[in-house]
Design a protein around this ligand. Structure first.
Ligand code: NAD
Ligand code: ZN
Length: 430
C-alpha cells in the first residue's frame, strides 16, 4: 500500500513539474507564433514536426518509443492549435511591452460583443461610462460579465474630479469588490482617465480594462497608463501611472461620435505623424472624408506604444507627444471653451513647423475640418502660456518639426517661443 502511495506521490510531483514545463513551452510557442506573424511567415511547418519527433525519441528506451511519439504528437497538436488560435486572435493585435505590465491592444470592428474572449469578465466589473456615450456600448459589455455594474456619469471634463473618483470607489466598496475584481472604462479620455485612476487606487490597485469610444481615446489616451483627475480646475493634478490589462478598440463605435470630436482626435494622430511617421502623414494627405479610420488608429497606436515602451513615466521621449501643446494650451485658455482641445493642438502645431511642413499641415488640417486661424488675442495666449509654465523659469523645451516625420527638441526662452507665434500670425495676415 505504502509503495502505491509513494508511486502516486511521485507521479503527482512529476505532473506538477510537467505542468510548469508545459507552461514554459507554451510561452516559447507564443514567441515563435508572434515572430512568424510579425514577419509574415507560415504558422505551421510539418517538416519541423517530423524532425522533432525523431530527434526527441532518441533518448527514450525502445519499449517506450511508441508511447512517447504519441505523447509528443499530442503536445505538438496542442501547440499548433494554440498558434492557429493566436494567429487568428492576433489580427489587429498590438502588444505593448513593459515587462510584467505588458498588455495587448486589439483594434477590430464589431469586437465589443466579443469582449469576453479577451477580458476576464468572470468576476465583478464596474463599467464606467458617461451620458454622452450611447448606453448600449456599456450594456453590451455588462451582458458578458458575471456581475457587471454600470455607472453612468455626466459627460464633460468636469466629471474628471475627486467627487466622481470617490463615487466610483464607494460604489465598489458597497458592491464588496475585492482585489480580484475589475474596472472597465467605456468612453472617451475623461472616463478612461477617471476610471483608470479609481482602479489604480481601489485596494492599492485592481485590474483595469479600457474600451475607448472617441477617436482621441482610441488613438492616444487609452494606452500608456497615465490616469488622473483634475483638482480645482487644474488638469490631471492627482493621478498615477496604472497600465490597463487589455485595451479593446472597436472602431464601429465611432459612428455615433460628433464629427467635431472625431476631427479633434485626429489632430493628435496628425501630431504623432508629423513627429514620427512620414507615411502616416502621407496617408492623411490622401485622406478623403468618410474614409475608414482603422489603419490611422493602428498606426498612431504603434507610434505611441513605441514611445511609451521607451519612456513609461515621461522623463524624456514621451514629452515629444506634447508637440503643439504649449501654444495649444495657451490658445485653449484664451478661447475660454470656444475651441476644443484637439482644435487648439492643431493651431498650436502651426507656429512650430518649418514653412514647408506648415503648408502641408494646413492642407491636412483643412481636409479634416480643423481650424487654421488663430483668432484669440495673442497677448491672452502668451499670458496663458506663461501661467501654464510658470514653474519653468526662463523658458521651455519646445518640440519643432522641420521635416515631416522628424522632430527636434529645442530649449528656448519665452521670447523666442512668442516670436514664433508672432511670425506665424504675421504670415497668416498676408
Ligand atoms: N491619459 C492620457 O494619456 C491622455 C492623453 C490625452 C488626453 N487625455 C485626456 O482625455 C480627455 C479628453 O478625452 P476625449 O477627447 O475622448 O473627450 P471626452 O471623454 O470628454 O469625450 C468627448 C465627448 O464624446 C462623447 N462620446 C464618447 N464616445 C462617444 C461615442 N462613441 N458616440 C457618441 N458620443 C461619444 C462623450 O460623452 C463626450 O461628451 C481629457 O481629460 C484629457 O486630459 C488623456
Ligand atoms: Zn492633447
Amino acid at each position: 500500500m505504502n509503495k502505491l502511495e509513494n508511486a502516486r506521490a511521485k507521479i503527482n510531483e512529476i505532473d506538477a513539474e510537467m505542468a510548469s514545463l508545459w507552461i514554459k513551452r507554451m510561452e516559447a510557442v507564443r514567441e515563435v507564433s508572434d515572430f512568424k506573424r510579425e514577419n509574415g511567415l507560415k504558422v505551421l511547418d510539418s517538416a519541423r514536426e517530423s524532425a522533432l519527433l525523431e530527434k526527441n525519441s532518441e533518448a527514450v528506451p525502445e519499449q517506450l518509443k511508441g508511447y512517447y511519439a504519441e505523447f509528443l504528437r499530442g503536445v505538438i497538436g496542442v501547440s499548433k492549435r494554440y498558434q492557429r488560435d493566436r494567429a487568428e486572435a492576433c489580427d489587429g493585435l498590438i502588444r505593448l511591452e513593459l515587462g510584467d505590465r505588458s498588455y495587448d491592444i486589439l483594434v477590430r470592428r464589431g469586437e465589443l460583443k466579443n469582449a469576453a474572449k479577451h477580458l476576464d469578465l468572470d468576476r465583478k466589473a464596474l463599467i464606467v461610462t458617461d451620458d454622452g456615450v450611447p448606453p448600449e456600448y456599456a450594456e453590451i459589455l455588462a451582458e458578458q460579465c458575471a456581475e457587471g455594474y454600470i455607472v453612468t456619469l455626466p459627460q464633460g471634463e468636469k466629471t474628471k474630479d475627486l467627487d466622481s473618483f470617490k463615487l466610483l470607489l464607494k460604489n465598489m466598496l458597497e458592491k464588496r469588490f475585492t482585489r480580484k475584481d475589475c474596472v472597465i472604462a467605456v468612453g472617451g479620455g475623461v472616463i478612461g482617465d477617471l476610471a483608470g485612476f479609481a482602479a489604480a487606487a481601489y485596494m492599492r490597485g485592481i485590474d483595469f480594462y479600457n474600451v475607448p469610444t472617441t477617436t482621441l481615446s482610441q488613438i492616444d489616451s487609452s494606452i500608456g497608463g497615465k490616469v488622473a483627475v483634475d483638482l480645482d480646475g487644474f488638469k490631471n493634478t492627482v493621478g498615477a501611472f496604472w497600465q490597463p490589462k487589455f485595451v479593446l478598440i472597436d472602431p464601429d463605435v465611432l459612428s455615433t461620435l460628433d464629427p467635431r470630436q472625431t476631427a479633434c482626435g485626429l489632430a493628435e494622430a496628425v501630431k504623432m505623424a508629423l513627429c514620427f511617421d512620414k507615411e502616416l502623414f502621407e496617408r492623411f494627405e490622401s485622406f478623403e472624408p468618410g474614409d475608414r479610420l482603422d489603419d490611422i488608429i493602428a498606426s498612431s497606436l504603434k507610434i505611441k506604444k513605441a514611445v511609451v515602451e521607451q519612456d513609461e513615466t515621461e522623463s524624456g521621449l514621451r514629452k515629444v507627444l506634447n508637440f503643439g501643446h504649449t501654444i495649444g494650451h495657451g490658445i485653449e485658455t484664451a478661447e475660454n471653451g470656444r475651441l476644443f482641445h484637439g482644435e487648439c493642438v492643431a493651431l498650436g502645431m502651426l507656429p512650430m513647423c518649418s514653412e514647408e511642413v506648415r503648408e502641408r499641415l494646413k492642407n491636412v488640417l483643412s481636409k479634416l475640418g480643423l481650424p487654421l486661424e488663430i483668432s484669440a488675442d495673442p497677448e491672452k495666449i502668451k499670458a496663458a502660456v506663461l501661467h501654464d509654465k510658470k514653474s519653468q523659469k526662463g523658458g521651455v523645451s519646445a518640440v519643432r518639426v522641420n521635416e515631416v516625420g522628424k522632430f527636434e527638441i529645442e530649449n528656448m526662452t519665452f521670447e523666442q517661443l512668442f516670436d514664433l507665434l508672432d511670425n506665424y500670425l504675421r504670415e497668416a495676415k498676408k
